[in-house]
Write a protein that binds this ligand. Structure first.
Ligand code: HEM
Length: 243
């Protein structure tokens, strides 16, 4: 509860009472949730992408690295605790990101009950308009990807203790459609990252033309770097560079 001078709010005697939102549910709070969860997810993506490049160092080295990931935190943490803490963190970040995005989108829609008869071109870039669908495609890709390379259910080798063999079997030339699917998903992720990073930077800094140009450049470099790094692995296997 909160005292206010808002004349439209219900009043008790001279005192006017309104309910206030918790700071987290305010628009600024929701954008902060988007940013914090987004930064965490981007850091994970960078680490994952760099780790994937170890595939170029050969089967023994890549498999050793994958097994080492399960040992992080030992002996402080028992067993594969670190991995499960990371997985829980990722899940919370993904859910928070979706919740904040959906709440902000619904609020924006409610603020404009009459839809524009003609959507103007200036309303946003291609990436801005496709953020929602992009997010859905990325989520579906991650579910497929987990069944493919983490649990092995959709992988021709499907042995979680042999990640190198799983990756090589996955992107073999005769399974070119898997590389195509991964490429489409990673490019969608690239558009999502470019727009997300650009919007986040814009909310933080001054909106001068120079600042906008700098933010656009940073977002493009990060998105292309992550996308390019991810795509190197499937294409290296497809072309026989990694076998
Ligand atoms: C396109 C190239 C990619 C390759 C070659 C690749 C490879 C792999 C491999 C081999 C694993 C299993 C690691 C292990 O169990 O030791 C894995 C797990 C995972 N990947 Fe990817 N990945 C790619 C892209 C992505 C993208 C774009 C995302 C997210 C949008 C992603 C998210 C994940 C997640 C969440 C896991 C599960 C980690 C865990 O908790 O065990 N990957 N990936």
């Amino acid at each position: 509860m909160h005292w206010t001078t808002d004349r439209s709010a219900p009043s008790v005697g001279h005192v006017v009472i309104t309910k206030t939102r918790s700071p987290l549910r305010s628009s600024v709070g929701l954008k902060a949730v988007m940013a914090v969860s987004g930064i965490f997810l981007v850091l994970y993506l960078v680490a994952h992408m760099v780790g994937n490049l170890k595939v170029f160092t050969g089967a023994t080295s890549f498999d050793h690295y994958a097994h080492w990931l399960r040992d992080i935190g030992k002996p402080l943490l028992p067993g594969v605790w670190f991995l499960w803490i990371l997985r829980a963190g990722l899940l919370v970040a993904v859910l928070a990101h979706i919740w904040a995005a959906t709440t902000l989108a619904l609020r924006a829609r409610a603020a404009r009950p009459v839809r524009y008869a003609h959507r103007k071109k200036v309303q946003g870039s291609y990436a801005a308009r496709t953020m929602r669908w992009g997010g859905v495609i990325i989520l579906l890709f991650v579910i497929y990807h987990l069944l493919d390379l983490t649990t092995g259910h959709l992988n021709p080798v499907g042995d979680p203790s042999k990640p190198y063999a799983n990756v090589v079997a996955d992107f073999a030339p005769e399974r070119w459609y898997v590389t195509l699917f991964y490429t489409l998903a990673v490019v969608t992720l690239g558009f999502h990252l470019r727009h997300g990073i650009f919007s986040g930077l814009r909310s933080l800094g001054q909106q001068t033309p120079k600042g906008e140009r700098r933010n656009r450049a940073i977002a493009l470099v990060v998105a292309v770097g992550i996308c390019g790094g991810f795509l190197m692995v499937p294409f290296a296997v497809l072309t026989g560079l990694v076998s």
